[in-house]
Ligand binder design. Structure first.
Ligand code: NBG
Length: 828
């Protein structure tokens, strides 16, 4: 046992004085600059270091308590974490935002200026990655022992520019100045193996064992990011892996005298963690992607088992002490990897290993879209991960035996359920591997879970109904209200106190005041100020001048056909024509934001046409303030924080049955925007929560979409009945918005008239009518304010804290372990 003074943690003071001291010291000791000459960036770094010292101290306290209390831990395996900026979030959750602001002011530095210097940590594409970030924050806030594992991509989500209308992607070099939040852990490195072959060993005792030989090895090195809970002392950890070449690897070639080859190979093995694939909800099918998946899964599982054993637990106790959540199928290879580790490294029997594996894993599905379902060619899997391919075969064999027993003679069912798809050139279905290897499978909204059970996983549901649960997504009110909307946060504080910050259902206390004219005025004033803030940002980023007194109608999300940005665009063109024809339509600002996957031509075409339409509309003197259309460039977490609080209307208009949940819908509604939406994903639950009168629902239901696809009228037939819509389509394809060049969007016209796979045309009349209903309500300020206030008051269900409790209670079986205020920093 080390002496108490050795194990004592520093216990740094959190008052203005103590912070000022730490920041000043850090400028000299960590940044290496004279405080007299320090730049804003130097001060930012110094501030970050002062915070991180305090965070790590609490993390160590948290870890000591978890060890003392023998807790069960959950590990969240995700290829993506869309975190955004960390400085303000950490200050806020550590409870030192105001003291730090004062301390910085004392040092002659404006905190807000500093906050704006930070790059977003954009290690994710969209909703799936942002959900992962919200879940980690909530785990810490609620005191759950929960850890994230992922990849420390050198380059995150690309930066989007328009040149002038088309999306151009630029690399996101977010680590170029280093990163003050990470703790590189050179003592936490694990070898990860690729390629090679498998050798079978028969023991005299009848056992067969396997070794995986030859091939290549890469090291995974840990980088830790402490994650602070809000209003609690708990600090958890996000561990991201970076690929490093092994020493052996270098040596082999160095010894052969091939220095250049050695260095080149080193660089190549380090490409594994180089870049995030910028594809949202589409499987990519590239070998490097498979290597990324296996790389982070293998390192994470080795680390989890190491910790489990180091804490003194037996492997048999794995499911009692460890839960592992697979965030979509990206980490599904974990099922085979855990089997490999338990059998080949720890010498457990197949049966024992399989039981532990199934009890430990759970799997979240995030989409029904066929193009998102990962399958890997057997040939590729055999080459890159030969041992895993063998294990998958054996898992599949046992599983199909079980199916055969339940459904004798049903060969079609066997083919449908098999982990190996024999129909498409033999591929491994990762979703099937995930379901077979997990004790729970969840969808992310009620409709999505229902559709999973009825369609994608119907056969699995019939086999194991007890494995399926729904966990509706949520969002963290710390980022999406307290930080993004300080004005509304203050107003809520004055009216109903701050309990809602810890239990979002507390927002209900606002309901009785929804008709109070004073509150309505204050609420609308807050909205007006937020719109002014966005107006300033839009001017700065695009040069377009908005009028904050008109309705702000917002569609922000990845660009995808099923999300139907084209539906909104047709409405813009329709309005434009009506205004030009002299009709008196209510004024509005339409704001789009979102990125297209670089290889998704249709989505990039949608961005281009929106930009072109915007340019004409915004510069047409006949239009003025009655219609403005903006494509906000490089939509990311930090810009979402400005856009969302300023929205009056939230566009959630996906083709019903396609959006698994949505979470932007929740953020916008929480901030008082009214939803125009289809009965899709979590929109349905939002409608149930806020009530029919506070939401504008339109369009086909998921069932009706299926029916329409089978026997509905063609888009052409519908256009023949809809003169306004037909005129809008014609205007686009005529080349009106592209300097009279009909070529550019001729294809888009054909697409809408003859294909329209997501039923933009079919849903348009209902959509335009929903927009009109919104306009009518908006014209009645009091009625609008009342609906918006009720909307906020009724959004408590969509807190990520409820989501995380659902996972904890129904899937992980873990309990909160808040760090006791009495826990001292002394020797533990
Ligand atoms: C996305 C869905 C969204 C959902 C998020 C988070 C993928 C594969 N799925 O509807 O499209 O809100 O996941 O669950 O990115």
């Amino acid at each position: 046992m080390a002496a108490p003074e050795v194990t004592h943690l520093p216990n740094l003071p959190n008052d203005v004085e103590g912070l000022r001291q730490s920041i000043r010291d850090a400028v000299v000791r960590v940044v290496g600059e004279d405080p007299r000459q320090a730049t804003e960036r130097d001060w930012m770094e110094a501030l970050a270091f002062a915070i991180r010292e305090r965070m790590v101290e609490r993390r160590l306290l948290t870890r000591r308590q978890f060890a003392d209390e023998d807790v069960k831990r959950v590990y969240y395996l995700s290829m993506e974490y869309l975190i955004g900026r960390m400085l303000e979030a950490n200050l806020r959750n550590m409870g030192i935002l105001e003291p730090a602001r004062q301390a910085m002011a004392d040092l002659g530095v404006d905190l807000d200026t500093i906050l704006d210097l930070e790059d977003d940590a954009a290690l994710g594409n969209g909703g799936l990655g942002r959900l992962a970030a919200c879940i980690l924050e909530s785990l810490a806030t609620q005191g759950y022992p929960g850890y994230g594992y992922g990849i420390r991509y050198e380059f995150g989500m690309f930066r989007q520019e328009f040149e002038p209308y088309q999306q151009v992607e630029h690399p996101d070099n977010w680590l170029r100045y280093g990163n003050p939040w990470e703790f590189p852990r050179s003592d936490r490195k694990y070898p990860v193996h690729f390629y090679g072959y498998v050798v079978e060993h028969h023991h005299p005792n009848g056992e067969t064992r396997y070794t995986w030989e030859d091939g290549e090895e890469v090291l995974a090195m840990a980088y830790d990011y402490p994650t602070a809970g809000y209003g609690r002392r708990n600090v958890n950890n996000l561990r991201l892996w970076a690929a490093k070449a092994t020493r052996d690897f270098d040596l082999r070639y160095f010894n052969e005298g091939d220095y250049i080859r050695a260095v080149a190979d080193k660089a190549e093995s380090e490409t594994i963690s180089m870049v995030l694939y910028p594809n949202d909800a589409t499987a990519i099918g590239k070998e490097l992607r498979l290597k990324q998946e296996y790389f982070f899964v293998s390192a994470s599982l080795q680390d989890i088992l190491d910790r489990h054993l180091a804490l003194g637990y037996d492997l048999d106790a794995l499911p009692d002490k460890v839960a592992i959540q697979l965030n979509d199928t990206h980490p599904a290879i974990a099922v085979a990897e855990l089997m490999r580790l338990l059998m080949d490294a720890h010498e457990l029997s197949w049966e024992r290993a399989w039981e532990l594996t199934r009890k430990t894993f759970a799997y979240t599905n995030h989409t029904l879209m066929p193009e998102a379902l990962e399958t890997w060619p057997v040939e590729l899997m055999e080459r890159v991960l030969p041992r895993h391919m063998g294990i998958i075969y054996q898992i599949n064999h046992g599983f199909l035996e079980e199916v055969r027993h339940r459904y004798p003679g049903d060969t079609e069912r066997l083919a449908r359920l098999s982990i190996i798809d024999e129909g498409n050139g033999r591929r491994v279905r990762m979703a099937h591997l995930a379901v077979v290897g997990s004790h729970r499978v969840n969808g992310v909204a009620a409709l999505h879970t229902q559709l999973l059970q009825e369609t994608l996983f119907e056969d699995f549901y019939n086999l194991w109904p007890e494995r399926f649960v729904n966990v509706t997504n949520g969002v963290t009110p710390r980022l999406w209200m307290i930080q993004s909307n300080p004005a509304l946060t203050d107003l809520l504080g004055q009216r109903i106190g701050n309990d809602w910050q810890y239990n979002l259902d507390g927002l209900r206390a606002l309901e009785p005041y929804a008709q109070d004219p004073e509150l309505q005025k204050a609420f609308m004033d807050v909205k007006r100020a937020n719109k002014q803030r966005l107006t300033d940002l839009v001017r700065e980023r695009t040069g377009v001048e908005l009028n904050p007194d008109v309705m702000f109608d917002v569609q922000i999300k990845r660009i995808h056909e099923y999300k139907r940005q084209l539906l909104k665009l047709l409405h813009v063109v329709d309005l434009y024509q009506r205004i030009r024809a002299g009709e008196d339509v209510p004024p509005r600002v339409v704001l789009f934001g979102g990125k297209a996957a670089p290889g998704y031509a249709r989505a990039k075409g949608i961005i281009q046409v929106i930009n072109e339409v915007a340019d004409i509309v915004n510069n047409d003197p006949a239009i003025g303030d009655r219609l403005k259309c903006v494509f906000f460039p490089n939509y990311e977490v930090s810009s979402a924080s400005i856009i969302i609080p300023a929205a009056d209307i939230s566009e959630q208009i996906s083709t019903a049955g396609f959006e698994a949940s949505g979470t932007g819908n929740m953020k916008l509604a929480l901030n008082g925007a009214l939803t125009i939406g289809t009965l899709d994903g979590a929109n349905i639950e939002i409608r149930d929560a806020v009530g029919e009168e506070s939401i504008f629902i339109f369009g086909m239901t998921a069932d009706e979409v299926v029916e329409h696809r089978r026997s509905g009228p063609s888009p052409e037939a519908i256009l023949a009945q809809q003169p306004n819509l037909a005129a809008a389509v014609e205007m686009i394809e005529s080349g009106f918005f592209t300097c009279d060049d009909p070529e550019t969007h001729g294809d888009l016209g054909r697409y809408l008239r003859h294909e329209d796979p997501f039923f933009v045309i079919a849903d348009y009349p209902a959509y335009a009518a929903a927009c009109d209903r919104a306009d009518t309500l908006y014209a009645d300020r009091a009625a609008w304010a009342e609906a918006a206030i009720l909307n906020v008051a009724r959004m408590g269900f969509f807190s990520i804290d409820r989501t995380v409790r659902d996972y904890a209670n129904h899937i992980w079986d873990i309990t909160p372990e808040p760090v006791a205020p009495s826990r001292t920093n002394g020797a533990a």
